[in-house]
Write a protein that binds this ligand. Structure first.
Ligand SMILES: [Zn+2]
Length: 56
């Protein structure tokens, strides 16, 4: 059986189905509770900043 390459996918914190394809290039990020959060758009980041408890 061939070894499966482990891939860690990064998803938008606000819309979990939205995969961040290049997290290293993502500019919509935020540090919350000691963890780096990623957002697909500025809109999602704003939503998170307003009500972070909804998404953590
Ligand atoms: Zn999003």
């Amino acid at each position: 059986m061939p070894a499966k390459k482990k891939t860690t996918k990064t998803y938008c914190t606000v819309c979990p189905r939205w995969e961040i394809k290049q997290p290293e290039k993502c500019s919509n990020t935020l540090l919350a509770k000691g963890k780096k959060r990623y957002f697909c758009t500025k809109k999602c980041k704003d939503r998170f900043e307003k009500t972070p408890e909804k998404f953590l």
